[in-house]
Design a protein around this ligand. Structure first.
Ligand SMILES: [Fe+2]
Length: 257
């Protein structure tokens, strides 16, 4: 599997605290069946924290790779960022002040959980119009999506990819979140499954369990697309054929008639 969202670089954001923890997370990822991760520290934030330059992220990736080699851990680590929504993002991307996913034309973009629908819409469109493919990080956490999941239909129609966090699917974010995650998945609104792991204990890499659950829900072929084919296409700037999503609202009504 390829995990495109993990906070594995030590001493940066709220991810791995030190190199030992990063190595433990790498061992866990390998045990889950992951061969490649894109390290995605949070950034950028206007202010003193979380303003990591691309050079710093690349340097930390190199250091981690060397340590993985030394310890014989077979995990490939690539550079990336989980970008916070910001109106200047299109400019920063074009000026190469922030990192895409492995220097591809695809970015991982995060919005605040309480983001307004209009802001979500405009923020995603602005980055797309600047020439980038966008993966929306964990849409299941966004309140507007929780209340109106079908708003994802229009975004998917515009080519926005949706990344579900594995822990949500296996119930680690609560029963309600698990149901939401299942619903989005079974309605073909999810394109990538990622760990969003932050540490080796509470938010550890356990993508294998989530993948197994996805296999049960949507079948092996569709589940493999979430953890292999689509992430691989992202890494290599290849086109991605998205499955046709089915509205959630209509099917709920259909249950009563
Ligand atoms: Fe994250």
């Amino acid at each position: 599997m390829i995990d495109i969202h993990i906070h594995i670089l030590p001493h940066l954001d709220d991810g791995a605290r030190d190199l030992d923890e990063a190595l433990d997370m790498a061992r866990q990822a390998v045990a889950e069946g992951v061969t490649t991760v894109i390290a995605t520290p949070h950034g950028p934030k206007t202010g003193l924290v979380r303003n990591y330059s691309p050079e710093l992220v690349r340097q930390r990736v190199r250091t981690l790779r060397e340590a993985l080699d030394e310890h014989g851990i077979p995990l490939e680590v690539l550079p990336g960022t989980e970008l916070n929504h910001h109106p200047d993002l299109p400019v920063w991307l074009q000026q190469q002040q922030v990192l895409t996913l492995n220097d591809s034309r695809t970015v991982l973009l995060e919005f605040p959980n309480n983001a307004a629908h209009a802001d979500l819409d405009a923020g995603l469109a602005a980055v797309q119009q600047a020439g980038y493919r966008v993966v929306l990080a964990h849409p299941e956490r966004i309140k507007q999506v929780q209340e109106h999941p079908d708003l994802l239909l229009a975004l998917i129609g515009r080519g926005v990819l949706m990344q579900l966090t594995g822990d949500a699917l296996i119930g680690l974010h609560g029963e309600k979140m698990r149901q939401r995650a299942e619903q989005l998945l079974t309605h073909h609104m999810i394109h990538v499954l990622a760990s969003d792991a932050h540490d080796k204990i509470t938010h550890r890499p356990q993508l294998g369990l989530a993948y197994q659950r996805a296999v049960e829900l949507i079948g092996a072929e569709a589940a493999q697309a979430l953890v292999w084919h689509t992430p691989d296409a992202i890494l290599h700037d290849q086109p991605i054929a998205l499955p046709k999503p089915t509205p959630i609202h209509r099917s709920l009504i259909a249950r009563f008639f």
